[in-house]
Design a protein around this ligand. Structure first.
Ligand SMILES: Cc1cc2nc3c(=O)[nH]c(=O)nc-3n(C[C@H](O)[C@H](O)[C@H](O)COP(=O)(O)OP(=O)(O)OC[C@H]3O[C@@H](n4cnc5c(N)ncnc54)[C@H](O)[C@@H]3O)c2cc1C
Length: 395
């Protein structure tokens, strides 16, 4: 079983330092799921919340390895940005998933509880279900096999499988998760599915698992076309903000101190854990503890860098809490890194409305990484990668 993840930036940087030596063989080893011998970086819980950023990881491997040996790993990091950018272009994929999930939760199909409990009798699948719940992490290949067996062998709705992942993955990410499940199901690239095969599983688990009775074909799921694509939000040119300015920190980006937030600098920092959202999403205790710890870590660093007082709270009405904080501090503007499409989008809107209600403007900021890369994610990964490489190739 993978070692536990600690929800701090220093633990993430330590994970990166420890991973670099093995990433020289990443292209060869990354397909193998060896729970006790890492073959990948296991940085995803840190990258997902930006306790460590994509830019830092790409820069570090660029120093450690020549480009031909670093490229495969950098390409995988780019997948993360590609999925996020894709969902910015097509937020309807997220909304459709949420609607379907709400209906399915009311009447879950037979076999759903057994699949989550790891009681299907399918070798490998049952162990991955338990590993997910016990550790909050699965290897990429295990996620692909699991999703494929869920959809094509067990014939369960993909939305319930994606939800099972989001409840338990420490790196649970609206874009990577929803769009990867859609990709396995044949919805992201219409008609192109992923079929889990026993021989491939046996090879890449060093013979630990060789499941019998898997589906032998993966007929793509179908759906009505998604609505016309949206244009991703890109930060407009900045005007100086009306001061005093505060900073709202959320778990979508926990290295705010690295980003130029504009003038005047924030004089107060606010971070809030949304208990009602956590309850509605059904995040496991481990996901909640990781999220709360990471939020406290990121908010603490931002406050320290700014020399500003910090208020960390938790509750069900974050809008009201943010409004009271802004009024108490006498703020005119609150700046925040705009959350990517996902559960935090709605929290962002709630806070924006509540602040507007007390006469405070919420000014969204965006990392240059996202500004430069999201516009390229309107089609498939490979056109994205061609454009992205020119932006992010280290050195
Ligand atoms: C069905 C399914 C669901 C998934 N759900 C999530 C999710 O909720 N959150 C999440 O972060 N990843 C998700 N992934 C992508 C991928 O499995 C994980 O990012 C990866 O396994 C994390 O392990 P690692 O950090 O050791 O990755 P490494 O192989 O070391 O890669 C380095 C980093 O690159 C990014 N990355 C690598 N592969 C992918 C990929 N295929 N897609 C997107 N980013 C990638 C991750 O940020 C990762 O930390 C999912 C994949 C599948 C097939």
């Amino acid at each position: 079983m993978p070692a536990a993840f600690l929800p701090t930036r220093s633990a993430g940087l330590e994970q990166l330092r420890a991973a670099l030596p093995r990433l020289g063989d990443y292209a060869r080893d990354r397909g193998f799921d060896r729970p006790d011998v890492p073959t990948t970086s296991r940085l995803s819980p840190y990258l997902q919340r930006r306790l460590v950023t994509e830019e830092e990881v790409v820069a570090a491997i660029g120093v450690a390895l020549p480009w031909p040996r670093a490229e495969k790993f950098v390409q995988e990091v780019a997948w993360r940005t590609y999925w996020k950018g894709s969902l910015e272009h097509q937020p309807a994929a997220w909304l459709r998933y949420r609607d379907a999930l709400a209906a399915l939760r009311l009447a879950p199909p037979a076999g759903y509880a057994e699949a989550m409990a790891g009681q299907t009798g399918i070798e490998g699948f049952d162990e991955w279900a338990r590993q997910l719940v016990e550790t909050g992490w699965l290897h990429n290949h295990a996620r692909m096999w699991f999703a494929s067996i869920w959809i094509f062998t067990l014939r369960l709705p993909w939305e319930l499988g994606a939800d099972f992942f989001l409840r338990h993955l420490l790196d649970g990410d609206a874009a990577s998760n929803t769009l990867s499940w859609r990709w396995v199901a044949g919805l992201h690239t219409p008609g192109k599915t992923y079929l889990a095969r026993a021989a491939n599983i046996a090879l890449h688990t060093d013979g630990r698992f060789s499941p019998r009775g898997l589906a032998t074909e993966a007929v793509a799921l179908t759906e009505p076309p998604l609505p016309r694509a949206a244009t991703p939000w890109i930060e407009p040119p900045r005007a100086p903000a009306s001061g005093p300015v505060g900073l709202w920190i959320h778990p979508g980006d926990l290295c705010a101190e690295q980003v130029s937030l504009g003038e005047p600098a924030p004089t107060a920092v606010f971070a809030a854990w949304p208990e009602s959202l956590a309850g509605a999403e059904g995040w496991s205790e481990a996901v909640t503890a990781f999220g709360q710890g990471a939020l406290a870590d990121g908010a603490g660093r931002a406050a320290e860098a700014l020399g500003a007082p910090l208020e960390v709270t938790r509750g069900s009405d974050l809008g009201t809490a943010a409004g009271i904080w802004a009024q108490t501090r006498g703020l005119r503007t609150v700046v925040a890194l705009r959350p990517a499409t996902g559960p935090w989008t709605e929290v962002g809107r709630t806070i924006e409305r509540a602040l507007a209600g007390v006469g405070v403007t919420l000014a969204w900021r965006q990392r240059a990484w996202d500004t430069r890369l999201y516009p390229h994610a309107s089609r498939g990964f490979f056109p994205f990668w061609t454009a992205a490489k020119a932006v992010i190739q280290p050195g």
